[in-house]
Ligand binder design. Structure first.
Ligand code: ISE
Length: 334
């Protein structure tokens, strides 16, 4: 059976998911591209030979010729559209974040528990990235000794929108790090502090966060949405017996004129291309079997990332360390 997928949102991420569905998922087909901008929906649908294009997300979710949904629309639509997918009993791959607010995530968790099954896979694709897998496996094998610290650097070339703020860096970009901290260390975050340096211009300055974990680790996260030089995601896990660093992936090196250099990707689509493909293939298996992928993030993980983010926004606004007060993990998500 071929899985007929609707992609909701035809922006940067939606177009790339449409490409992956059309070219890299052998047991799936691109059934619909939906965007409230009809021209954009039509353009992406034509580029990747979708069966149809639409402008109404809810109608698209409930179509009989749609088996599964990839939600790649603006962040604020992720939780409502996830609820619609649960109501339609259709599995969805929801781009991160599930929401900017933990309350929205709790509503999605309640809907899944009421339905008696998981329907929403959250798009924290770094869990499928080889370098983070190496980090998590090396720690689990005892190769680093007891983990002490994790340092994370997340640098974009430029902000995706003119009105991008420090709070948005925390709620939109940093959830990747919040999820990977939990996934690699196997611990929850218990507090967060956040700071910003002063830039000489009016673009958003970096945000630097310091988090504590339930297992006594210290974690630093730098989000710099205006690094200019390249898309650069790095992390180092420091243990009592050693350290593992994620390398910036460069597929080639140029040697010329007494110098050598490697190039950065312009954005996440190149750096994490393999991770997106593997994540999306796991999603197709999820739709086919109903078995939630072992590696993937659930709505609970979406809640945890959103709670850390909204607490981080409060820490930045107040200039004080804030406790992260999580609910107890429901048995449904254990
Ligand atoms: C974007 O939404 C992503 O998810 C990328 O992975 C991340 O690197 C970028 O900072 C976000 O804006």
């Amino acid at each position: 059976m071929t899985i007929r997928i609707a992609v909701i949102g035809a922006g940067i991420m939606g177009a790339d998911h449409a490409r992956i569905v059309a070219h890299d998922l052998p047991r799936a087909t691109l059934q619909v591209v939906c965007d409230t901008d009809a021209d954009r929906a039509k353009s992406v649908a034509q580029e990747y030979a979708a069966v149809d294009c639409t402008t109404n997300p809810e109608d698209t979710i409930f179509r009989d010729d749609v088996d599964a949904v990839i939600i790649a629309s603006p962040d604020t639509t992720h939780a409502p559209l996830s609820l619609a997918c649960i109501s339609a009993r259709k599995r969805a791959l929801c781009e991160k974040p599930l929401s900017h607010t933990s309350d929205d995530c709790l509503a999605v968790m309640r809907a899944e528990q009421d339905a008696g099954a998981k329907f929403i896979q959250i798009g924290f694709m770094r869990r499928y990235d080889r370098s983070y897998i190496d980090m998590r496996n090396t720690l689990a094998s005892g190769g680093l000794g007891r983990p002490l610290m994790m340092h994370n650097f997340h640098r974009n070339v430029s902000t995706p929108a003119t009105s991008f703020t420090g709070a948005m860096a925390i709620t939109s970009s940093a959830p990747h790090e919040f999820d990977m901290i939990r996934h690699v260390l196997g611990a929850e975050c218990t507090s967060i502090a956040a700071f910003q340096p002063r830039r000489s211009d009016d673009v958003v300055a970096p945000v630097v966060m310091v988090l504590e974990t339930s297992d006594g680790q210290l974690v630093t996260v730098e989000i710099n949405n205006n690094a200019v030089y390249g898309y650069d995601v790095r992390a180092e896990l420091v243990g009592e017996a050693g350290s593992l660093s994620i390398n910036t992936v460069a597929h080639s090196r140029i040697d010329r004129a007494l110098s050598q250099f490697t190039q950065y990707d312009a954005d996440w689509r190149g750096r994490f291309a393999d991770a997106y493909r593997l994540q999306n293939r796991d999603f197709v298996r999820f739709v086919e079997t109903g078995e939630f992928p072992v590696v993937a993030s659930t709505a609970w993980d979406g809640y945890c990332a959103a709670l850390i983010a909204e607490t981080g926004v409060r820490a930045l606004a107040t200039g004080t360390k804030q406790a992260i007060d999580m609910i107890a993990r429901p048995q449904f998500y254990v």
